[in-house]
Design a binder for this molecule. Structure first.
Ligand code: APR
Length: 233
């Protein structure tokens, strides 16, 4: 039997659903009342910066009213107690993994609590509203935008993610529909490098067929049970 040492975990909107944050592809396919193309593309930002900045201001403000759920807490526990390599890659832009205490964490689609300067690429912690034209504290260009990876932009940390997948003994996908690349391709990359693969999701996802095992149910129940299993093995 393979000894499990190196784990890569991918999380998506489903892990934060029980905290009260809407998933992207819920009923009607709208994200908080908007088509994703209207708020999550460079074209949308250029066409209507007020709408796009306001949209993320509301999402950022909403973080104050939510808290990590047992799934985030279980992954933070795994992060503290797992002695092998571990990387939690999240597609989520909320801060619930870090608020639960996870440290070996990578936000591949950016973070609501950060601003990015479109002129000099500097990043800043940002918890207040961010109106269009806000000057960059470093280069002073009026070019700060939400630090969100829009469709058509390159996900963050791909070198680090690919290196971790290449070494992984186990790849676990939690609460993601498997609809958006490159994240949707991680299961096959991990498998090609010899990792076992496990999906924990409310219902079958687009990628379910690729996994060695799929467990169906709410993350708040499945993730603590899986973490307990890993730590007591
Ligand atoms: N527990 C586990 N899974 C859940 C739960 C829950 N309580 N609630 C919902 N899910 C599952 C849904 O069944 C669905 O498969 O979580 C998944 C959420 O899918 P999406 O809404 O598509 O979110 P995600 O996969 O994270 O989207 C990926 O798309 O719009 C972009 O950049 C955005 O990061 C996002 C990316």
């Amino acid at each position: 039997m393979t000894v499990m040492r190196n784990i890569v975990i991918l999380t998506g909107a489903g892990i934060s659903a029980e905290s009260g944050i809407a998933t992207f592809r819920g009923p009607g396919g709208l994200w908080e009342g908007h088509r994703v193309e209207d708020v999550c593309t460079p074209e949308a930002l250029a066409a209507d910066p007020v709408l796009v900045h306001r949209f993320y201001d509301l999402r950022r403000a909403a973080l104050r009213d939510v808290r990590p759920n047992p799934a985030h807490e279980a992954l933070a526990r795994l992060d503290r107690e797992w002695s092998g390599a571990l990387l939690i890659v999240t597609q989520n832009v909320d801060d619930l993994h870090e608020r639960a205490g996870a440290r070996r964490l990578l936000h591949m689609h950016g973070a609501l609590n950060q601003a990015l300067c479109a002129a000099c690429a500097a990043r800043f912690d940002w918890t207040a509203d961010l109106p269009p034209g806000t000057p960059c504290p470093t280069c002073h260009a009026p070019a700060l935008r939400p630090d969100i990876v829009f469709f058509g932009e390159i996900s963050y940390g791909m070198d680090r993610i690919e290196a971790a997948l290449a070494e992984a003994d186990l790849f676990v996908s939690i609460g993601t529909s498997g609809a958006v690349y490159p994240a949707a391709g991680f299961v096959r990359m991990a498998q090609a490098c010899g990792a076992a693969t496990l999906e924990l999701n409310l219902d079958r996802s687009e990628g379910s067929g690729w996994f060695d095992e799929s467990r169906l149910g709410p993350a708040g129940q499945l993730v603590p049970a899986w973490v307990e299993q890993m730590l007591s093995a």
